[in-house]
Design a protein around this ligand. Structure first.
Ligand SMILES: [Zn+2]
Length: 186
């Protein structure tokens, strides 16, 4: 399955744990998600619901977006949602990464060395100046995401869509923390 590009929503506080069950219930209730997808799309993956366009705003003129799996071509990319939750925070960097070392300004790559300490705090090691930078110190410019919980809208290119205020408010109210988003290119 060619899962390459996504819009990824995640809590502002990377160490905050969000209970995925009530969150999923709410997304169902609001008709942002519908039927679960087969396991080859990953765990907790769902087809988008009838009110999906209340949750995400597509930019650009008349977008030609596939919202269901193609019966003719199973490889045809389409938009679907996936909720992921982990015990420890994880940093995801895409090929589109636009971040630099705060110390020496050297551009980071998606293969940048990262470490996680016993508290789960993630740091990035700069190959150029050798400094170790906590993830919160880095300006990621919406091209990386970190945390324990992530809500992905798959098969979205950078800047193709944005979450609506309605969705961001809903996520905040349900989880008690603010959310933000990034674009991760595979
Ligand atoms: Zn550096």
């Amino acid at each position: 399955m060619a899962n390459l590009n996504r819009l990824l929503l995640y809590p502002l506080d990377p160490y905050h744990s969000v209970d995925p069950i009530p969150l999923l219930e709410l997304l169902h209730q609001r008709q942002f998600v519908e039927a679960p997808l087969p396991i080859e799309y990953g765990e907790q993956s769902y087809q988008v619901g009838d009110r999906f366009f209340d949750a995400f705003l597509f930019l650009g003129c008349s977008p030609n977006i596939e919202l269901t799996p193609s019966t003719d071509d199973p490889q045809q990319p389409f938009c679907y949602l996936q909720l992921e939750s982990r015990v420890t925070p994880q940093l995801l960097m895409g090929k589109n990464l636009k971040a630099a070392c705060p110390q020496c300004k050297q551009r980071f790559s998606a293969e940048q060395k990262q470490t996680v300490d016993e508290q789960g705090a993630i740091s990035i090691h700069c190959k150029n100046c050798g400094s170790i930078q906590p993830v919160q110190q880095i300006a990621w410019r919406k091209t990386a995401a970190y945390g324990k919980t992530g809500l992905s809208l798959w098969n979205i290119y950078e800047g193709e869509a944005v979450p609506s205020d309605q969705l961001l408010t809903l996520l905040q109210q349900q989880s008690g923390v603010q959310w933000r988003y990034s674009y991760i290119a595979g």
